[in-house]
Design a protein around this ligand. Structure first.
Ligand code: CDP
Length: 208
């Protein structure tokens, strides 16, 4: 059972990389950020406050596949709210078993913030993917543009930086590289280069 943990800050290219690695290795792929985004969306749509532990934990505990399958989870407000619900320990606890069961079923590539530190501390390979805040914000801005949303780079940089600060500073499962994680800085790599680099690392690790 192969588990590949990919963690890192917002918009570092984890999702693209994880999806491509999963395809190459024929492993299932779980975007764990979607669990937090879907939890946040449910709270927001019920008119609740994403910082309200009871409301957020209730939403996390009753999450369904149809919630995470939504295509409207990537806007700035949902991202911000996702980071808020993600700082609540009971929310993280409610989502932990699902993530472990997903990986334990057939092995998996999972991307998130705490996969290598909390969810799968014994993962076969742990990658920590970073890039400068400017490079990450430019990629996120391009994703917004592809969906027809125009946002200034300054606003995207501010959003991404604020979320990183919250994710790094929280007490519950803060964003931090696992001790045995391999760092990949993709600031000057395109998606193909990052994939080739990561695949070489993973192949070396799992087929010594
Ligand atoms: O795509 P992006 O990197 O911007 O975000 P994401 O991976 O979808 O995660 C959205 C938010 O959920 C993050 O800012 C974290 O606060 C939270 N998250 C988390 O705490 N733990 C995870 N394993 C995944 C996401």
């Amino acid at each position: 059972m192969i588990i590949i943990a990919i963690d890192g800050p917002a918009a570092a290219g984890k999702g693209t990389l994880a999806r491509r690695l999963a395809g190459a290795l024929k492993l299932p792929y779980l975007d764990t950020g979607l669990l937090y985004r879907a939890t946040a969306k449910r709270v927001l749509e019920a008119g609740g406050d994403p910082a309200d532990a009871l409301a957020a934990t209730g939403a996390a505990m009753s999450l369904r596949d149809s919630d995470t399958a939504r295509t409207d989870l990537r806007d700035a407000a949902t991202s911000r709210a996702a980071s808020q619900v993600a700082s609540i320990p009971a929310v993280r606890d409610a989502l932990l078993a699902y993530q472990r069961a997903y990986g334990d079923a057939n092995g998996a590539v999972l991307d998130g913030r705490d996969i290598g530190t909390v969810i799968f501390p014994h993962a076969d390979v742990k990658l920590f993917v970073t890039a400068s805040v400017e490079a990450r914000a430019k990629r996120r801005q391009a994703e917004f543009a592809a969906r027809g949303e125009t946002t200034s780079l300054a606003k995207v940089i501010a959003d991404v930086a604020a979320r990183d600060e919250a994710d790094r500073g929280r007490a519950a499962a803060p964003l931090i590289p696992a001790e045995d994680a391999i760092l990949i800085d993709t600031t000057s790599m395109n998606a193909d280069e990052a994939f080739a680099h990561a695949l070489a690392i993973v192949t070396r690790k799992i087929q010594p």
